[in-house]
Design a protein around this ligand. Structure first.
Ligand code: 13P
Ligand code: SF4
Length: 401
């Protein structure tokens, strides 16, 4: 059995989530120096970029992009702030962005406005001549941080000891480090996103009788319930306890072993927020992301990825009402783009994903002006063996029917 003596700790990104919580509902970008003054641990940047106003940044980004032409493509996740997403050549959820990264070989540089695991995935799937750039290298994901490689390797060794080789199929959510995707590739598993988790789990249960799902317990639980796996056949793996806090017998009886990770943004959405929205608005549609806790998902009318949420609200009938359980930058954008509908975030406190929020337009400008000078700042790379094995798992995901 792997010996574990690591201290439980709260990732710094999780603490930072509260730094930008407000009660008013929009968050216009301020000069970077002002945003950094609330004591965040963002990447240091050359001094000149700290003080540009939003208009100055806009003008310089436009000029730099025009000079770089088609050598650069910018991909943006739906949670990016307005002042950044406006520059994206393509915006989407994690699944669409990974497909897009694999199908734009004409650009030498992919600037990924999103978080680290997304840029890492783009690097694995992009053509060998392409370089993937993350504008702010500290833009991670607190959920991904909850599954460090050494803890996952220990857990895998323990599970193989108890269940034997092939006794459990590893499935990792896209929101994880490349090393975990590689472990899945090497051990007959796959990757999933919030838009294909059901298909991925169905596929995994065709390969074996149990699944280890990392790192989001909520997405794993919500999806397994949808497939009819009862709660008493699911156990949680706590990486700070021996054997994840389970007995060998419990592990043998389980169909789903859920890594004890969560998203600090989506666990803020509650059933009482849904009840309050329903009390205030008749005929409201409640739509939430599957990273929300089980009770919240069960009380909602619809559940799906950021792209699913965007599509449902945009195609909703004029006058329809939408209470949304996902990150506030996307919700605010949907509200602005759908003035004929009532669109609001279920959480009355405006809390952006603090790591997505780290991509300030000043970082985007720094990347573009660097390229104009022949410098590639913040290139994301993945060691060759990890790249090879994680690609196996990602390609399994991309081929799911
Ligand atoms: P989507 O794949 O739904 O865009 O989700 C990504 C994410 O990080 C949600 O928190
Ligand atoms: Fe990670 Fe949650 Fe932010 Fe998504 S919203 S990037 S899961 S911390």
């Amino acid at each position: 059995m792997a010996v574990r003596s690591r201290r439980s700790m709260v990732p710094i990104t999780e603490i930072e989530h509260s730094a930008f919580c407000k009660t008013e509902d929009n968050l216009p970008s301020k000069p970077l120096a002002e945003e950094m003054s609330v004591n965040v641990r963002w990447q240091q940047i050359p001094n000149e970029y700290l003080h540009y106003t939003a208009d100055e940044l806009d003008q310089r980004i436009g000029e730099a992009r025009a000079k770089l032409g088609k050598t650069v493509t910018i991909l943006g996740h739906h949670y990016q702030r307005e002042e950044v997403i406006k520059y994206a050549d393509f915006q989407g959820d994690s699944f669409l962005l990974s497909r897009e990264a694999a199908s734009r070989p004409e650009a030498d540089y992919i600037i990924f406005c999103g978080v680290h695991f997304m840029a890492e995935t783009a690097c694995i799937l992009a053509a060998p001549h392409q370089k993937v750039i993350l504008p702010n290298i500290t833009a991670g994901c607190s959920m991904a941080d909850m599954a460090p490689m050494e803890d996952v390797d220990d857990a895998w060794a323990d599970l193989e000891d108890v269940l034997g080789p092939g006794g459990i199929i590893p499935v990792t959510y896209m929101n994880s480090i490349a090393g975990i995707k590689a472990l899945c590739g090497r051990n007959g598993g796959t990757v999933c996103t919030s838009s294909n988790a059901k298909k991925a789990l169905e596929w995994a249960f065709e390969q074996g009788e149990r699944v280890l799902f990392l790192p989001d317990q909520h997405l794993g639980r919500n999806t397994a319930l949808e497939l009819g796996v009862p709660l008493d056949e699911m156990v949680v793996w706590n990486p700070f306890r021996q054997m994840g806090g389970n007995t060998p017998e419990q592990l043998r009886k389980a169909k789903m072993v859920l890594w004890q990770g969560h998203c600090s943004v989506h666990t803020r959405f509650t059933v009482s927020q849904i009840d309050a929205a329903r009390a205030l608005h008749l005929d409201i549609n409640i739509i939430v992301h599957p990273e929300c806790p089980m009770e919240t998902v069960q009380a909602a009318d619809m559940v799906g990825s950021t792209e699913f949420i965007r599509e449902k609200v945009n195609s909703g009938a004029p006058g329809s009402k939408w209470g949304i359980g996902t990150e506030v930058s996307l919700v605010n954008r949907l509200a602005i783009n759908n003035p004929d509908k009532t669109v609001f975030c279920l959480d009355p406190v405006t809390c952006p994903c603090s790591t997505m929020y780290r991509v300030h337009p000043a970082y985007v400008l720094w990347m573009l002006e660097g390229l104009l000078e022949g410098k590639v700042n913040n290139e994301i790379t993945v060691p060759e063996d990890i790249q090879r094995d994680s690609k196996i798992a990602l390609e399994r995901m991309l081929s799911l029917k």
